[in-house]
Design a protein around this ligand. Structure first.
Ligand code: C2O
Ligand code: CU
Ligand code: CU
Length: 560
C-alpha cells in the first residue's frame, strides 16, 4: 500500500509528517427536527489549528450548520435569517421544490432579512444538503463554512433493517478542504478575477470542519452519509486496509441493493451512503478513511496531473502536497457494540424504477468547456462559444411533465461535476456504457470525465413557474465565474369561454371554463384567458392551493 500522509500547517510552514492520525474528535453537527426549522447565518471563528482562530461563517453556529431531519410528506417551513451583513441565498440541494422555494440566485436574502420557504417534502429518504447560492459569492460563503446536511426519512427506508440512529450508528461526514493562507488565520476564498483569491493549495483536509479527525465506532454495521462539500476537489474514498464496504444510497435515494466496493468517488456536491461492517475488527483497533488521491485519473482535481493532456497547472496546484498523494480523512477507533446493533448487510433494499430512454420527449445537448477561453462555460455550442451565466437570460424552457434526455459533453482535458436543480435524474450512459451499479440510482449530480459524454434522463413534473432553476458545474469557482445556465418549467393552459368546438387560431383544445383548466393546472401553471372580457366565473379555491397565475389580455394577474 502507498504511504499516506497527514498534512499539518504550523505557523506558515507546510510540514508533512507521519504522526499518529486522528487527534481531534470528529464534530457531529447537532440536529434540527421539523416541521419548522429556524436557521441564522452568522459570522464566527473556527480553530482549524489549535489556538488559532480563523474567521468563519455558519448556520446557528461558527461553522457548518445543523443537520435538518425531514420526513417525506411533511409540510416544512424554513426561516432563514441572514445576519452575515452581506447578501446571500440558501439552496436545498437535491430537493424537489417549487422554484420560489429552491433558494437559487434569484432568491436573494438581504442583510437582516428572513427567507421563509415552505414546501411539502416530496423526496425519497436520502442525504441532501443546503448551502448559499448567490451568484459570484457561492465559493466564498461555502468555503467560509456555510453548508449543512439534510436527512430525509420515509416509510420505505424505515421498514429496512439499517442503522439510523444519528451520531450512534449513522454519521454525517462532510468532506472538505480549505486553502489556508500562510498567515494561518485566513482562507483563500475569493475568485481569481477579483484578485489573488482563488488558490489551489487547498491542503487542509477537514471532516465536518475537524482537521485530523477521529471517531469511536461501535463494533457493528455503521452507516456513513458521505458528502463532498469541497469547492473543487474529488474525493476517492476507501479504507486504509483496502477492505470493502457497501454503498446503499446515491444522491436522491436508496439503491436497489447494496453495492460492494473498496473505493467510492465523490465529486463536489455529490453524496453516497455507505455501510461499513466493523465486526471484522477487534475492539481497540483502528482503521482510517482515506482519499486515494494517488489513484485519481489525470484531469480530476486532486490527481497529480491537473490537466489530462498537459503538465500545466494553475497557481498553487503543483505545490499542494495533497494532489496525487493519499490523505487520511478520519480515524475510526473500534469500541464495544451498542445494544441491538445492526450486524449484517441486507441483500436488497428498495425497488428503483428507472425512467425508460424511449419515454423521452426531448434531447438537449450541453457542452462543458474550461479551456480555450478566459472562463469556464456551459452551453449548446460544441466550439465553446457559450455565454457566461446571465441572471436575466433564460437559457432553456422545459414543458411541465416532459421527460428529457440531457447529453453532456465533457471538457477536453478536465473533469466537471454537472448538477441540475429541481429534479433527480438517472444516468443512461457514461462514455457509451451503462453506469456502474452504484450510479444506477437517483442522482442530481454526475461527474463528467474529460473527453467523455454522459447522458441523463429526468421527468420535469409538479412545478412550473417563472423563477428559473439552475444547472451548473459544481466546482464552486466555475459556477461563480459563469459555468451555469438556467431553465424555467412552463405550463400554459388556455380558456376560451365561447369556444364552440372549433379550433381557435393557434390554440388547440382550449378549456371552456377556468374551473376546467384548474383541474389540469399544476403548481405554477399559467392560465391564459383568451377572451378576458367575457369571463364571469369566480375563481375557485383551487387557485390558492395551486398558486397558478391567471393571464389576461392586458397583463398578468397573480392570485395566491
Ligand atoms: Cu449544490 Cu446549484 O447547487
Ligand atoms: Cu442544487
Ligand atoms: Cu467546472
Amino acid at each position: 500500500m502507498k504511504k499516506r500522509i497527514i498534512i499539518t500547517i504550523t505557523l506558515g510552514l507546510i510540514a508533512i509528517s507521519n504522526l499518529a492520525v486522528g487527534q481531534n474528535s470528529l464534530f457531529i453537527p447537532p440536529t434540527l427536527i421539523g416541521p419548522v426549522f429556524d436557521l441564522e447565518m452568522q459570522h464566527g471563528t473556527h480553530n482549524y489549528f489549535p489556538g488559532i482562530s480563523t474567521p468563519s461563517m455558519g448556520f446557528n453556529g461558527d461553522i457548518l450548520g445543523p443537520t435538518l431531519i425531514m420526513e417525506q410528506g411533511d409540510n416544512v417551513q424554513l426561516n432563514v435569517l441572514n445576519s452575515l451583513g452581506e447578501e446571500t441565498t440558501v439552496h436545498w440541494h437535491g430537493l424537489h421544490v417549487a422554484p420560489e422555494d429552491d433558494g437559487g440566485p434569484h432568491s436573494v436574502i438581504s442583510p437582516n432579512e428572513t427567507y421563509n420557504p415552505e414546501f411539502e417534502v416530496l423526496d425519497k429518504a436520502s442525504t441532501y444538503w443546503y448551502h448559499p447560492h448567490l451568484h459570484h459569492h457561492t465559493f466564498n460563503q461555502v468555503s467560509l463554512g456555510l453548508a449543512g446536511m439534510i436527512i430525509v426519512r420515509d416509510t420505505e427506508e424505515a421498514a429496512l433493517n439499517l442503522p439510523r440512529t444519528y451520531g450512534v450508528d449513522d454519521f454525517p461526514l462532510i468532506m472538505q478542504t480549505k486553502a489556508i493562507k500562510a498567515d494561518t488565520v485566513s482562507l483563500f476564498n475569493g475568485l481569481a478575477s477579483t484578485g489573488g483569491g482563488l488558490n489551489n493549495n487547498d491542503s487542509t483536509f477537514v471532516m465536518n470542519g475537524t482537521r485530523d479527525a477521529a471517531l469511536n465506532v461501535p463494533r457493528q454495521v455503521i452507516r456513513f452519509r458521505l458528502l463532498n462539500g469541497a469547492a473543487h476537489r474529488v474525493f476517492f474514498v476507501g479504507l486504509s486496509d483496502n477492505s470493502s464496504f457497501h454503498q446503499i444510497g446515491s444522491d436522491g435515494g436508496l439503491l436497489a441493493a447494496p453495492v460492494s466496493l473498496n473505493r467510492v468517488m465523490l465529486a463536489p456536491g455529490e453524496r453516497a451512503e455507505i455501510l461499513v461492517n466493523f465486526s471484522a475488527y477487534g475492539i481497540g483497533s483502528d482503521v482510517q478513511l482515506v482519499s486515494y488521491n494517488s489513484e485519481l485519473p489525470a484531469g480530476y482535481f486532486g490527481a497529480l496531473q491537473f490537466d489530462a493532456n498537459s503538465s500545466s497547472a494553475p497557481d498553487g496546484y503543483g505545490d499542494n502536497p495533497a494532489n496525487g498523494t493519499d490523505v487520511d480523512l478520519l480515524n475510526f477507533h473500534v469500541t464495544n457494540p451498542t445494544s441491538n446493533p445492526v450486524t449484517s448487510i441486507l441483500p436488497s433494499l428498495v425497488t428503483v424504477i428507472p425512467i425508460p430512454e424511449a419515454s423521452a420527449d426531448v434531447t438537449r445537448v450541453k457542452y462543458l468547456h474550461s479551456g480555450g477561453g478566459p472562463r469556464p462555460r456551459i452551453g449548446p455550442d460544441p466550439n465553446g462559444n457559450n455565454p457566461l451565466f446571465d441572471i436575466d437570460v433564460i437559457n432553456d424552457t422545459i414543458k411541465l411533465d416532459d421527460t428529457e434526455i440531457w447529453e453532456i459533453h465533457g471538457d477536453v482535458t478536465k473533469y466537471h461535476p454537472f448538477h441540475i436543480h429541481d429534479i433527480q435524474f438517472f444516468i443512461l450512459s457514461i462514455n457509451g456504457s451503462a453506469p456502474p451499479p452504484n450510479l444506477q440510482g437517483r442522482k442530481d449530480l454526475v461527474l463528467v470525465p474529460p473527453g467523455q459524454i454522459v447522458r441523463i434522463i429526468a421527468k420535469f413534473d409538479d412545478f412550473a413557474g417563472d423563477i428559473p432553476y439552475m444547472y451548473h458545474c459544481h466546482i464552486l469557482p466555475h459556477e461563480d465565474l459563469g459555468m451555469m445556465g438556467q431553465f424555467v418549467v412552463s405550463h400554459d393552459l388556455y380558456v376560451d369561454n365561447i369556444y364552440a368546438g372549433t379550433e381557435n387560431g393557434t390554440i388547440t383544445n382550449p378549456y371552456n371554463t377556468i374551473t376546467e383548466a384548474l383541474q389540469e393546472a399544476q403548481h405554477g401553471s399559467n392560465i391564459h384567458l383568451v377572451r378576458s372580457g367575457n369571463h364571469f366565473e369566480t375563481p375557485p379555491n383551487l387557485l390558492i392551493n395551486k398558486r397558478v397565475k391567471l393571464v389576461l389580455e392586458n397583463g398578468p394577474v397573480v392570485i395566491k
